[in-house]
Design a protein around this ligand. Sequence first.
Ligand code: C5P
Length: 286
Amino acid sequence: MVRVQAHAKLNLSLEIVGKRPDGFHELVSVMQLVELADELRMEHADDIQVRSSEQSLNGPDNLVYRAARALHTRFQVSSGCHIELIKHIPSAAGLGGGSSDAAATLIALCTLWELRPDCEELVQLAAELGSDVPYFLYGGTALVTGRGERVTRLREPESLWYLLVNPGFAAPTRDVFGELRSDEWTDGQCTRRLACDVSEHGVTRIGVNGLASALFRLQPEAQPCFERVRLLAPGSTFLSGSGPTVAAQFSTREAARHAEHMLRDSGYWTTITRTLAAPAGTMPCL
Ligand code: C5P
């Protein structure tokens, strides 16, 4: 039996810089891994099966199943695996839960099936599964470019606390990108400057989110949640990825708890989490 945690990410800054001939968008983002995580357990079996605490994730469309299948095919593995996925990260929430589950599956199955893929091969396989999946092979704090598959690790920043607030509905990434207008593209410089600050001084601040306007047009009901959190943490509230999860950054757990308490009757899903450094030695070839 192999057990692994699949952590969520936050986009401390995200800029969309253009559209590519393949239909994907070119982006520049600083991503930060946090402690909030799904759990996966896998064991040897004759076939490949995924069982999840969330019914909707039990089919073959689940990224975990597709990751296992892709690795199985690429390396012509003779045995199978049964995977149990226990969800804690909200789905389609801008927190990368599905992508992180897929990356964790690749890493854990390399252990279970005793595979030694070279790094490039694994990153390529991850990129075929989804734009964010390669980042989760590295984790930690990273500058992410291309359609999401080019990952440059940054120095570990100071440890900070985050209050995450989700209004309780999904925002499919594809739909949010579909709503984006070309006049909302930016040059990526704000995010690159933030990456430099992290690298040179270990300082984490909040940048911009180039998908925020598109999300609020697509789902206007996401905006009141954002505004409510912003009132509690002005200057340190941001939307993660394509949303609708709102994050607020705090230097202490007590401050994050106080803000969470102020939302106790909102009906929103909330949790408090903190910066997670890249786990050493989980990635077989990095
Ligand atoms: O790569 P992934 O499957 O996570 O992307 C979901 C959808 O989000 C894509 O089909 C695409 O419409 C959009 N997307 C994009 N540019 C990116 C990443 C995602 O347009 N860099």
